[in-house]
Design a protein around this ligand. Structure first.
Ligand SMILES: Cc1cc2nc3c(=O)[nH]c(=O)nc-3n(C[C@H](O)[C@H](O)[C@H](O)COP(=O)(O)OP(=O)(O)OC[C@H]3O[C@@H](n4cnc5c(N)ncnc54)[C@H](O)[C@@H]3O)c2cc1C
Length: 590
């Protein structure tokens, strides 16, 4: 079974040439992100991923986490790996130094996160949820809560969870029923939450649950939801974990994938909880966690795609089957067959496009965070559902291609290819399904503001078109043609959405997921076109083989992926009526 090797060359190319690390490092507070420091971090993270997390990925999947009378044992090696994660300070990378963080840009943390996730997605979920909880507390918690909890969470000694889902409240959080009754300075929380990632485990000394609940006099719906911090162990006066709180894990789920990550049913029985921020504003605070988590789940799509690609490539170089179509002779490795090449190129090109889009969005997050510039934030808001929805849907496709490259062995568990597909499958569901992301994109991010931000972005594509037009390179000409058609397709859809969202919301929302896919493949094409231009300019001074491959990969992407844009436009603009064409009775009769 092939091991994970972080794609450092491509990561550095994207960080430096596309996401603008040098500019990010000039932002106030990011002066430590010098090229040498970033390089050292990437090297160390890559070692941690390959040497510590990757070796326990397959065994963790086979063994799974095990529930026993309210406790959960993670698979062999997870606790030790988590200790090393804490000792390495990996969780502290993007947080402010005055809270014990390392003050590095989100962009750098994103590259590290990709490596941890690619090598062991189940493991990476614990830090992912913790980081979301830190963000929410940082922005909305009282000084007292921050003082008591943030330091240990940033260190990683204590972990965090996100408790939204209840049996009757999934995508629709207006239906949350968990109760919170005031009792002196704190609240008593009662109710049941399901599907809580790392709701219980043995890797940290305390678990801090961020829980959505309602106070008795709260208004109906989302306007009556508040956010509470509910520790597993209440703190003693000296700040150390003491008495057990009334938050217990009733069971963990048996799942299709991410077996090592415990997905807990949590029962809160008069558990002590502390209000985060103000009453009834919980959902807006939770959105802070969700936005960070949505970005990270999008990155899971990139990471799994990279891992699946590496595994498929290694197999394709070794598996002997069939003869070369032209040369005949001996049996050859399957990588010599055009269709296997096609699959590998689909995997590689889409992975690179997704990585570039995700890292560019991370850089915009840094700019928005440090400069409070509204344009950067608007770009981030537009792209978060695209990164989440498109990268995860594509991650599944890429993992599925990985199985296909393996043939029958891909369907057999020992190769590890099947695990990637099983693990990837959750990514389009949690943190808001693709349907929910697409409605957010079409409704909140486009229709509500009359398409202003997306049109800004389309004008960026037009500027790039002019740049591409200056090149005499045949590959870049082909990329330009495909990108221009893609930009036109997005523009047509935006006109349609803005004109029709008010009068035919069902028709417009029926095309929301195809539109999200269109946005994703065009945004990916935008990044690949930029990459090809940089590669052309750097060809003389840079590493030729890598740069030539970049241009060829970008052209492949343009002709095999981006080329789907006009058809998707037709689906968005004309297909809505067809989605709703059958009556409820006709569905029932079927
Ligand atoms: C492994 C795992 C880990 C998880 N971790 C966490 C966690 O840590 N914390 C947490 O709180 N939750 C967690 N979840 C829950 C997860 O976020 C929900 O499963 C998800 O939000 C979807 O909710 P649901 O399962 O109730 O599906 P439903 O909301 O019932 O949706 C079912 C289908 O209907 C569609 N749908 C629903 N409403 C609409 C609508 N208005 N318009 C269009 N389509 C719609 C959905 O897209 C979906 O296809 C986890 C789930 C799993 C499986």
């Amino acid at each position: 079974m092939s091991g994970y090797v972080a794609p450092l060359k491509d990561m550095r190319f994207v960080l430096n040439e596309l996401a603008g690390l040098a500019e990010v490092a000039k932002l106030p507070g990011y002066q430590d992100a010098t090229p040498d420091t970033v390089d050292a971090i990437l090297e160390e993270a890559s070692k941690f991923a390959s040497e510590i997390l990757d070796p326990i990925n397959y065994s963790g999947d086979q063994e799974g986490s095990i529930w026993n009378d309210g406790s959960v044992a993670t698979p062999k090696g997870f606790r030790q790996a988590y200790q090393q994660y804490v000792q390495g300070g990996w969780g502290a990378l993007p947080f402010e130094p005055d809270l014990g963080g390392q003050g590095l840009p989100k962009l750098v943390a994103t590259a590290v996160e990709e490596m941890l996730t690619a090598s062991n997605m189940s493991f990476s979920l614990c830090p992912l949820l913790t980081q979301g909880a830190i963000h929410a507390l940082e922005l909305c918690g009282s000084d007292e809560l921050k003082q008591a909890y943030l330091g240990k969470m940033i260190q990683g000694t204590w972990t965090g969870t996100m408790n939204l889902t209840e049996p009757q409240a999934g995508s629709d959080l207006a239906l949350v029923r968990t109760k919170a009754e005031r009792s002196g300075k704190h609240y008593l929380i009662s109710g049941q939450k399901i599907f809580i990632t790392y709701g219980e485990h043995d890797m940290a000394e305390n678990i801090l649950h961020l829980v959505l609940a309602r106070t008795p006099d709260a208004p109906e719906g989302v306007k009556g939801i508040s956010l509470f911090l509910v520790p597993k162990f209440l703190l003693k006066p000296d700040g150390a974990p003491g008495e057990r709180n009334g938050a217990r894990c009733a069971s963990i789920e048996h799942k299709l994938g991410i077996h090592a990550s415990p997905t807990a049913v949590m029962v809160f029985d008069q558990a002590v909880g502390y209000l985060v921020g103000e009453e009834n504003k919980g959902l807006s605070y939770m959105f802070i966690m969700m936005n960070a988590a949505r970005f990270s789940v999008g990155l899971e799509g990139v990471a799994i795609a990279e891992r699946a690609f590496q595994r498929a490539l290694a197999f394709a170089k070794e598996r002997l089957q069939g003869k070369d179509l032209v040369e005949g002779g001996q049996t050859v490795p399957i990588i010599r067959h055009p269709d296997v090449r096609r699959m590998l190129m689909l995997m590689k090109s889409q992975t690179e496009a997704m990585r570039a889009l995700a890292y560019t969005t991370a850089a915009a997050l840094d700019f928005s965070h440090k400069t409070k510039d509204k344009q950067h934030q608007a770009f981030v808001d537009l792209m978060i559902p695209v990164v989440k929805g498109w990268c995860t849907e594509t991650g599944i496709e890429v993992a599925s291609l990985g199985v296909q490259v393996h043939g029958g062995m891909g369907f057999i568990e020992e190769t590890g290819a099947a695990q990637h597909l099983r693990d990837a499958r959750i990514t389009t569901i949690y943190e808001g399904t693709t349907g929910i992301q697409a409605m957010d994109l079409v409704g909140r991010k486009i229709a509500r503001e009359g398409g202003a931000t997306v049109r800004e972005w389309i004008s960026v594509l037009h500027k790039l078109d002019a740049e591409l037009g200056k090149s005499g390179n045949a590959d870049i000409k082909a990329i330009r043609a495909s990108l221009a058609a893609g930009a036109q397709a997005v523009s047509d859809c935006v006109d349609y959405i803005v004109a029709n969202a008010g009068k035919d919301v069902k028709g417009v929302f029926a095309g929301a997921v195809p539109f999200l896919k269109l946005m994703g493949i065009v945004a990916g094409g935008w990044q690949m076109a930029r990459a090809a231009l940089v590669a052309e300019k750097k060809m003389e001074a840079g590493e030729k083989s890598f740069l030539q491959a970049k241009i060829k990969t970008a052209r492949f992407y343009a002709e095999h992926v981006l080329v789907q844009a006009p058809a998707l436009r037709d689906t968005v603009v004309k297909g809505g009526a067809g989605v709703m064409a059958l009556s409820d009775e006709q569905f029932l009769a079927a």
